[in-house]
Write a protein that binds this ligand. Structure first.
Ligand SMILES: *[C@@H]1O[C@H](CO)[C@@H](O)[C@H](O)[C@H]1NC(C)=O
Ligand SMILES: *[C@@H]1O[C@H](CO)[C@@H](O)[C@H](O)[C@H]1NC(C)=O
Ligand SMILES: *[C@@H]1O[C@H](CO)[C@@H](O)[C@H](O)[C@H]1NC(C)=O
Ligand SMILES: *[C@@H]1O[C@H](CO)[C@@H](O)[C@H](O)[C@H]1NC(C)=O
Ligand SMILES: *[C@@H]1O[C@H](CO)[C@@H](O)[C@H](O)[C@H]1NC(C)=O
Ligand SMILES: *[C@@H]1O[C@H](CO)[C@@H](O)[C@H](O)[C@H]1NC(C)=O
Ligand SMILES: *[C@@H]1O[C@H](CO)[C@@H](O)[C@H](O)[C@H]1NC(C)=O
Ligand SMILES: *[C@@H]1O[C@H](CO)[C@@H](O)[C@H](O)[C@H]1NC(C)=O
Ligand SMILES: *[C@@H]1O[C@H](CO)[C@@H](O)[C@H](O)[C@H]1NC(C)=O
Ligand SMILES: *[C@@H]1O[C@H](CO)[C@@H](O)[C@H](O)[C@H]1NC(C)=O
Length: 572
């Protein structure tokens, strides 16, 4: 299928908590034209000239929005650090913006890391979509921030191809910063990377939003690439508010003949593929967990392959729903078909005894780029505004985001994180004991095609692409029968399921899915996963008992995920 070749313009911006004074944080539009080449083509990683990682360690870190931590105490930082550490996360990339209180939170975070005695690492991610960067003085402020922590015992140090490990410094954006100089490259070079304050004292790995072939202008300035967008199949993104670039959306709509009262893609799973929907879903699946953009960035920096640090992004989700009177961001990135798992798996050597994968086109595995990835950065720990948090719901949420985050913590995803993080760092999947077994299960809370009755933000760009489904991952010590059920939302064990499917799965990790739909007679349903061996039920994840409902008619659109975990191996 060639319908997926589009020029896509994507919007990147962070929602941002402003608990004290409201300074407008204008979302930054980054227009990076990309040509998608994935459909039908595979890109060989062996054509790359990079060799295996020469640094001794690989790290897993999580992007932490300091902007959402206004009320944090040292104890809150300590709690985050302990939970992250228990989940296989080695450190936080602290996203720092411009509020005058943020440096104090950063200081608390570094101190709490020391206090934790967990050897937990911290580094700064300068949020250049907020921090000013038009004058040399702006750069001086950044240098002051960075130099404060260069010798901190908990500062993450990382260098490739060198025995001296230098402090890591990163950014969110910054590809337009000139710091009063003639060009962006001059600005970052003379006022930051090669300024005497910092030259030779750090490993600088920003996430500049530029096309891969634009990275060459930063040679000698950056020490590697953080590919922020690698976490999602952004090629499949309908553009967000304010844009006229809706080519994908309309192409899909006309192809699907989308019926607004049904989810055409979801229906395709249960009915025969009369309108080519199965093929469409197959095509979409080839983007899930894709390493195409990683390969392009790795290739682009091959001139310095031996010492270029590569930070790969993984993210479980993306949904944001701010109106024009607020941050004006109302879109989602596709995260269906076990995106979080499949993205991780493409960053880990492909030697897993993978179990069942019941997604469409489950054999569309991505080439593993594990040899070239130094650090995995999870996006994010706590960005509630964009729904990609894996930590608990804490701190000060961006105003308005409570509407899609209330009751929807994502800590169950930490129980997948711990498994994949261990595999990434050890180049080998961990074995699972009986008391470490777990089931993680998630779904959205209403059909993709639902009409929200009192939503004043409007329908969500990208929602045409999503499936009505429950997704589950089982991590087991021995073979089992796993039954996924759609149940009445007032379920208890004596009520029969509305639909169910049983999967015979081996030990290790399996990725399972079934469609969700609501019978005409009901207003809502819930879901359940039961792991059985012989006549015994070993794990029973009853989402209804934890308050999960999939409702026919929501008040407001909510494409965030409800996530649950059950079993001795759940991190929380
Ligand atoms: C990769 O490693 C091999 C063997 O050590 C070496 O011969 C080759 O030059 C290396 N290639 C690069 C691009 O560093
Ligand atoms: C370190 O931990 C101790 C005991 O838990 C606590 O009293 C102290 O405030 C902590 N200090 C910091 C900087 O977090
Ligand atoms: C949409 O689907 C509903 C439910 O299956 C059906 O009743 C309706 O006629 C469909 N509308 C169109 C325009 O096909
Ligand atoms: C369904 O799709 C598969 C491939 O996705 C194709 O081989 C098969 O012929 C299709 N069946 C029908 C009835 O269209
Ligand atoms: C790598 O870059 C070279 C030249 O810049 C280009 O010819 C080649 O197609 C690229 N390979 C991949 C896999 O992107
Ligand atoms: C590689 O990096 C070094 C130091 O960062 C720089 O001096 C050198 O010019 C770079 N090599 C290439 C081919 O750009
Ligand atoms: C997350 O939500 C679930 C379900 O509502 C709840 O049982 C659990 O205690 C929550 N966990 C945290 C850490 O808030
Ligand atoms: C790392 O992998 C090796 C096998 O390659 C295994 O023996 C060892 O137990 C693993 N370590 C951890 C901590 O999982
Ligand atoms: C479970 O459902 C049955 C049948 O509807 C009902 O009789 C019973 O009271 C319910 N039990 C609980 C604990 O809700
Ligand atoms: C799964 O169910 C089948 C059919 O009931 C049974 O034969 C098999 O032993 C079960 N497998 C396990 C691991 O319990």
């Amino acid at each position: 299928m060639q319908i997926y070749t589009f020029f896509i313009f994507s919007l990147f911006a962070f929602a941002y908590a402003l608990p004290v004074s409201f300074t407008d944080r204008t979302p930054s539009r980054i227009t990076t034209p990309r040509i998608t080449t994935r459909a039908g083509s595979t890109v060989s990683t062996t054509s790359l000239s990079t060799n295996a990682t020469t640094s001794a360690n690989k790290y897993v870190v999580a992007h932490h929005m300091v902007g959402n931590t206004f009320p944090y105490t040292s104890q809150d930082w300590l709690n985050d650090i302990k939970l992250a550490h228990a989940s296989g996360i080695d450190g936080f990339a602290l996203n720092i913006g411009s509020d005058d209180w943020q440096p104090a939170r950063v200081a608390d975070a570094y101190a709490a890391a020391t206090n934790s005695s967990l050897n937990f690492k911290i580094f700064l991610s300068l949020d250049m979509s907020i921090l000013p960067c038009s004058t040399a003085n702006d750069a001086a402020s950044l240098r002051a921030l960075v130099t404060t922590y260069l010798s901190h015992p908990n500062q993450l140090r990382y260098s490739r191809g060198s025995s001296t490990q230098l402090p890591l410094v990163s950014t969110f954006a910054g590809e337009s910063c000139q710091f009063g100089q003639a060009s962006v490259a001059d600005g970052w070079r003379s006022q930051f990377a090669q300024h005497p304050d910092l030259q030779g004292k750090m490993t600088f790995v920003p996430s500049f939003f530029v096309a891969p072939n634009q990275m060459s202008q930063f040679q000698g300035i950056v020490d590697g690439t953080f590919n922020w967008n690698g976490g999602w199949p952004i090629e499949l993104t309908t553009d967000s508010a304010g844009s006229s670039s809706t080519s994908l959306s309309s192409a899909l709509k006309s192809l699907l003949g989308v019926n607004t009262t049904t989810n055409a893609i979801g229906k395709a799973q249960t009915s025969t593929n009369t309108s080519g929907l199965q093929g469409l879903e197959n095509a979409i699946s080839t983007f899930i967990g894709s390493t195409d953009s990683d390969i392009q960035f790795l290739n682009a920096s091959s001139g310095n392959a031996s010492n270029n640090v590569y930070i790969a992004a993984v993210s479980p989700w993306f949904f944001t729903h701010f109106g024009q009177d607020s941050f004006n961001k109302n879109f989602l990135y596709l995260a269906d078909q076990h995106l979080y798992s499949k993205r991780w798996e493409s960053l880990i050597p492909a030697q897993v005894p993978f179990g069942v994968d019941s997604d469409t086109n489950s054999h569309a595995t991505q080439p593993s780029i594990s040899d070239q990835v130094d650090i995995v950065e999870i996006i994010s720990w706590n960005d509630y505004g964009e729904s990609h948090y894996v930590g608990p719901i804490e701190g000060a949420l961006p105003s308005g985001s409570e509407a899609w985050t209330d009751g929807m913590n994502h800590t169950a995803w930490l129980s997948l994180t711990s498994y994949y993080a261990a595999a990434f760092k050890n180049n080998s999947y961990p074995s699972v004991s009986l008391n470490e077994e777990r089931v993680v299960m998630w779904s959205r809370t209403h059909p993709a095609s639902a009409n929200a009755i009192s939503d004043n933000v409007g329908s969500v760009a990208g929602s045409e692409l999503v499936l009505d489904a429950l997704w589950a991952v089982t991590i087991l010590s021995a073979p089992a029968n796993v039954t996924l059920q759609i149940v009445p939302s007032s379920s208890n064990s004596s009520v029969s399921p509305l639909t169910e499917q049983t999967f015979s799965v081996p030990a290790g990790l399996s990725k399972l899915t079934i469609p969700v739909s609501i019978p005409d007679a009901l207003d809502s349903v819930s879901m359940r996963a039961v792991v059985g061996r012989g006549d015994d039920t070993v794990i029973d994840l009853d989402a209804a008992s934890q308050g999960f409902e999939f409702i026919k008619t929501p008040q407001q659109f909510n494409f965030n995920a409800w996530v649950g975990c059950e079993g001795g191996g759940c991190v929380v």
